[in-house]
Design a binder for this molecule. Sequence first.
Ligand SMILES: NC(=O)c1ccc[n+]([C@@H]2O[C@H](COP(=O)([O-])OP(=O)(O)OC[C@H]3O[C@@H](n4cnc5c(N)ncnc54)[C@H](O)[C@@H]3O)[C@@H](O)[C@H]2O)c1
Length: 241
Amino acid sequence: MKVALITGGSRGIGQAMVKEFAGACYSVAFTYNENGAAAESLVTGLGEQAQRALAYQADVRDFAQAQGVVKAVQETLGPIDVLINNAGIRRDRAFHNMDPELWREVIETNLMGPFNYSRAVIGGMIRRGGVILNVASVSGLIGIAGQTNYSASKAGLIGFTKALSREVARFSVRVNAIAPGVIETDMTESLDENARRKLLAHIPMGCPGTPEQVARLALYLAGEDAAYVTGQVFTMDGGLS
Ligand SMILES: NC(=O)c1ccc[n+]([C@@H]2O[C@H](COP(=O)([O-])OP(=O)(O)OC[C@H]3O[C@@H](n4cnc5c(N)ncnc54)[C@H](O)[C@@H]3O)[C@@H](O)[C@H]2O)c1
C-alpha cells in the first residue's frame, strides 16, 4: 500500500486530498497547525480507512518538526511515496502597507514549509523513487495586486519545483506543481463580498473550483498514469490566468 503525506490536511484542499487518497487505497498521514478536533473528525470520518490514517499537529515552518513527522510516518505507515506540500496561507495587504512580519509569515509558511518537508523526505525518495506535489497558485504565475508576499512565495515554489525536478529525475522522483485559481475553501471565504464579486468577474468560467477537483488532479499526478510527467505546473483556474 502506498503512503502519502499531506501538509495542511485538516480543511479545504488538503482535506479533500486526504479523502481522495484514502479512497484510492493510500495510507494517508496529514499535518495541521490548529483545530485538532477537525483533524480528529476527519480521521474518524474516513471509516474503515481510518486505520491507515494519521494526523500530526506540526507547524510547517519548523524543520525539526518536519523531520519528526516524516520519521514517525515512516515508522508507522512505511516509506513515504507521495509528499504533497499543500499547507499555505494568505496575508493580503497593499505593498506600501506591507509589514516585514506579514511578508515573513507568508514566505516562511508557503516556501520554507515545502523546503522543510521536501528536505525531510528526499533522502528516502532518492533511494526508492517517489512523488512530490507542490500546491502553488495562479497568483505565482500572473501576480495579483495586494498579494506581493503570496505571489512571491508561490512563484518561488514553482521555481523550486522545476529545479528540484531536474535534480532528482534520474532517481525516479517526480516533482510537479498545481496552480489553482479560486477554489471554494476557508481561504476564499475570508474575502469580503466586494472583493469576491470582483474576483469572480475575472474568471471566464464565472465560478470558483472545488477542493475535490484539485484533489483528483493531485491523485492523477501522484499515480502511474503520470509516470512520465515531471517539472510541470498544472493550472486549474476556470480560465483566470
Ligand atoms: N483556496 C484557494 O482559492 C486557493 C487558490 C490557490 C492556491 N491555494 C493554495 O492551496 C493550499 C490550500 O489552501 P486552502 O484554500 O485549502 O487553505 P485553508 O486555509 O482552507 O487550509 C490551509 C491548511 O494549511 C494548514 N496550515 C496553515 N498554516 C500552517 C502552518 N504554519 N503549519 C502547518 N499547517 C498550516 C491549515 O491547518 C489548513 O489545514 C494553500 O497552499 C493555498 O495557498 C488555494
